[in-house]
Each structure stands twice: as C-alpha cells, then as structure tokens.
Design a binder for this molecule. Structure first.
Ligand code: COA
Length: 336
C-alpha cells in the first residue's frame, strides 16, 4: 500500500503590473464635481492608474504573470492551470480572460478559467489553488487578480469614479512538502442578501444590453458606499479574529497585515480594532486606489519589492467586496 506524503500549497512568487497612465485627484476634479481634499479625506486615495483604450485586462494580467513566473524560477511548461479573478473581463461571457492570458503565455491544453468574487477574488483564488494542490490534482498553478476597472466606471458618477483604479497581481502557487512555507489557512464567505449594495446591474441576463440600459448607465458599477463601509469594517475585523483564533495565532506572530485596499479609513479602522501598528499594515490605496481582485496581490508585491518580506514572512490577508463576498488567509511567504 502506498502512503501519500502530505503536500502543502506555497505562494512561491509574486508579481504585479500597473498601467503607466497616472490619474490624479486633480485630473478627476476636471471631469466630475469633486476635489483632491474630499477624495483624500474620505478615502486616502491620491492617484490611481487607468489603462489605455487599447489595453485590456488580459494585457495587464499577462505582464504581472510573466514577472511572477520569472521570480518562481520555473519553466512555463510546468504550469498546470491558469485561474483569473476579475470583474472586468476582456469579453462579456466568453472566452474567459484566463484563456486569453494562457494563450499569451503559450500555455495550451491546460485548464484556464475565471472566477468572479469581486474584491475578494484573490482570497477565493488562494482557496481554490490550495485545494487543487493539497488534493494532489495539480503541482503548479498560476493565479491572477486583474482589473481594467476603468472600463466599468461611470465617469459621470463622482461617488464611484474616484475610488477605483486598474492593475494586476499574479502569484505562482506550488506544491511543497514544507508546511512552514505554505498557505496555512484560507476562509471564504458570501452573503447575497446584500447584492444590491455593490453591483453592475445591466447587461447580464437580468437586464440584457439594450439602448435603454445603456442610456440609464446600468452597465457601470453602482455602490451604496456608506452602508458598504459599515458592513466592511465589521466583517473584516470579525473575519481576522476568527482565522487567527482557528489557527491559535496571535497578531504578534503576523509580520504583515495585508487588507484589501478600498479605503484608508476602512484599513485604519480594521487595523486599529485588531491592534496592528501602522508599520505592519500594507498600504497602497493612496497610489493605486481600489483595484478590486488585483488589490491584495499588488500590495504583497509592493512589500516584496520594497524588501519588507522575505521567505517565511507570515502574512495575514483580508478582503471584502461585491456579492457581498469576503475572506481571509494566513500564509508564510514561500518565495526567495
Ligand atoms: N466628491 C465630493 N463629494 C462627494 C463625492 C466626491 N467624489 N462623492 C460623494 N460626495 C458627497 C455626497 O454626494 C454626499 O453629499 P451630501 O451630504 O450633500 O448628500 C457627501 O459627499 C457624503 O457622501 P457619503 O457617501 O455619505 O460619504 P462617505 O463618507 O460614506 O464616503 C465613500 C463615501 C464611497 C468613500 C465611502 O462610503 C466608502 O469608502 N465606502 C466603502 C467602499 C468599499 O469598501 N467598498 C468595498 C468593497 S470594494
């Protein structure tokens, strides 16, 4: 009888890409009635990136993926699956953005598919990759959170268009026998009772594309910001407490808290409620805005490129988004 050696999933590399076009609060104040002062005070955002008209989500995702693959020091041919989390796919319905990215990278005859969990997308990806690897289905999975969210922003709605930005973050999740360098735990959840707080109502099967839907601008993101804010702070805090308790870890054993980058006030409120000092909290919202599914891998990449994390650094991830969805993860960084 053969005994299976336990296999764990390791986040073995990280990469990110942002478009070069910087859009400042000042730039937006020329389009909608807003100001740098309002945006900075209410959100902490100073600028964000918007992709060019000829750049699609898959272009950003492919660039982030190439960096992650190079840093993982693996040959592309060993990648067993490509999964993308996005709410701004290249094409409505099909093909998936993952199929486009896999083709760009020369990965064929391997599974490639998208998931939609809005801003919680990267946590859902981690959960999926961990299951695939620990069940010994695959050994190397490329996961990518990528958004050209500017393509679904209503540039006439000041309450949403100032909040979001474009970007992509990618990671290679690899099989390892070393539990100390693995994704220790992931928890994901959703509550569809709150679906109307944050949605793109138009152009799906509920309200198919029509001249009227477009006239009413229902193809764009709509958000009840204030209600979402309150639920976000409560849910994110509770989620972190639960995952730490479940893993018998204290916040002092965490090297970096990497929350979804939606709003500096949410990040500060959650960080303070949990007792994390500000230098332990990853912060990119001021320069990239809310990049939805890309936000957490972009923030991990920022820590990596600034030399703050090294192999074994313990990260606590926490996300929240449309659905409503949320989730958290604890991992020891497996990269070099
Ligand atoms: N510039 C200037 N004024 C603006 C504005 C802008 N860009 N956007 C909204 N306002 C105005 C509103 O019209 C309102 O004016 P009124 O009082 O005259 O009606 C006022 O500012 C306050 O609006 P409100 O929506 O209550 O502000 P807020 O303090 O809740 O901040 C958000 C708005 C969107 C920044 C905040 O609610 C938020 O971050 N929400 C959560 C976002 C989030 O977590 N998303 C999660 C998942 S992605």
């Amino acid at each position: 009888m053969s005994v299976k050696i336990p296999i764990y999933a390791s986040l073995s590399s990280i990469g990110a890409y942002v478009p070069s076009r910087i859009v400042s609060n000042e730039d937006l104040s020329k389009i909608v009635e807003t100001s740098d002062e309002w945006i900075t005070k209410r959100t902490g955002i100073k600028e964000r990136r918007f992709a060019e008209d000829n750049e699609a989500t898959s272009d950003l995702a492919t660039k982030a993926a190439r960096i992650a693959i190079e840093r993982a020091q693996i040959d592309i041919s060993v990648i067993d699956a490509v999964v993308v989390a996005t709410i701004s796919p290249d094409f409505f319905c099909m093909p998936s953005t993952a199929c486009v990215v896999a083709n760009n990278l020369g990965i064929i005859n391997k599974p490639a598919f998208d998931i939609a969990a809005a801003c919680s997308g990267f946590i859902y990806l981690l959960s999926l990759a961990k299951s695939f690897i620990e069940s010994q289905t695959y050994k190397n999975i490329l996961i990518i959170g990528a958004e050209k969210i500017s393509s679904i922003l209503d540039m006439e709605d000041r309450s949403t268009c100032v909040l979001f930005g474009d970007g992509a973050g990618a990671a290679v999740i690899r099989a390892t026998e070393d539990k100390s360098l693995s994704v220790l735990d992931v928890q994901c959840a959703a509550n569809g009772q709150y679906q109307e707080l944050l949605m793109t109502p138009g152009c799906g099967s509920r309200y198919p594309a029509s001249a009227e839907i477009l006239r009413e601008r229902l193809q764009f993101i709509k958000m009840k910001g204030n209600e979402t804010f309150k639920i976000a702070v409560k849910t994110l805090t509770k989620d972190v407490v639960e995952i730490l308790q479940r893993n018998h870890l204290s916040k002092d054993e965490i090297d970096f808290f990497v929350p979804h980058q939606a709003n500096l006030r949410i990040i500060s409120a959650v960080g303070e409620a949990l007792g994390f000092s500000s230098e332990k909290v990853a912060l990119t919202v001021q320069k990239y805005g809310n990049t939805s599914a890309a936000s957490i891998p972009m923030a991990i990449n920022d820590l990596y490129e600034s030399g703050k994390i090294k192999q074994g650094s313990k990260l606590l991830l926490d996300a929240f988004g449309g659905g409503l969805t949320w989730g958290s993860a604890i991992l020891a960084f497996g990269g070099q």
